[in-house]
Ligand binder design. Sequence first.
Ligand code: ZN
Ligand code: ZN
Length: 296
Amino acid sequence: MDKTFKLALGSIVVGLVVLGLKYYAFHITGSVALYSDALESIINVATAIAASFAVRLAAVPPDANHPYGHHKAEYLSAVLEGALVIVAALSIFREAYLGWITPKPIDAPFEGLLINGMASAINAVWFWILLRYGRRWRSPALVADARHLWTDVVSSLGVILGVALVPLTGWLQLDAILAALVAVNILWSGWRLMRESIGGLMDETAPEATLARVREVISQHAEGALEAHDLRTRHAGRMVFLEFHLVVPGSMTVSESHALCDRIEAALREGIEDIVVNIHVEPEEKAKHPGGVPVL
Ligand code: ZN
Ligand code: ZN
């Protein structure tokens, strides 16, 4: 079983445990704020299931239908996660409104808060694991999952503090206000998440650090060539796609220039993980020094 997929399955199990605990905390207290916190966990489980399919699909090798691979499946899962977060926020607003017009006292507040606190501690530990491996494996789906989990932990802490104030102050409507604040926070994180994934879907160029490394490797391994220009990159999940023009003396044979390209490609693959390279060879009259990568 793929390592990313294993982690995604872990998210589903953790999500179910946290959902159970948070729902139980709501059940014994009747608090709208704790209800909103539990409802948000349902979204976590749904998105964890979507992410586990996405990472599995992203790992499928290129085929006749998808010759560039299936890496963008991870962005689809992140977009879906953003959309579900918005749905969750809207349903919490509804509950908050009902709690505002008919406020009720909170039963067993401290037992409820303790159970919700345990669930949040589990989420915090899982957030840290997801972020670490998501970054290490450059998986947008895992990083998106982790970021989302972090907004959960922060909003849960706010809810715990606020719900503790309800019996202390006797201000019952604070419960509904907290639920609405949770919804605003969730909505904000959902929006940010979707914006980021859309950037990936729109073929944004590779990060500046990768581009600098690409230029460095080309200029060090293109002995015999005159110039490289028109570098273009895009990225999909952890894959980087690179294409550029390589200017060589017009007298160079096809075999020689092909061997040169193979050398550059091998060096790039060694220097940059998960890169796919495509080189277009041109004779010297196509050189355009300004903007080209000079070759050593
Ligand atoms: Zn050219
Ligand atoms: Zn070849």
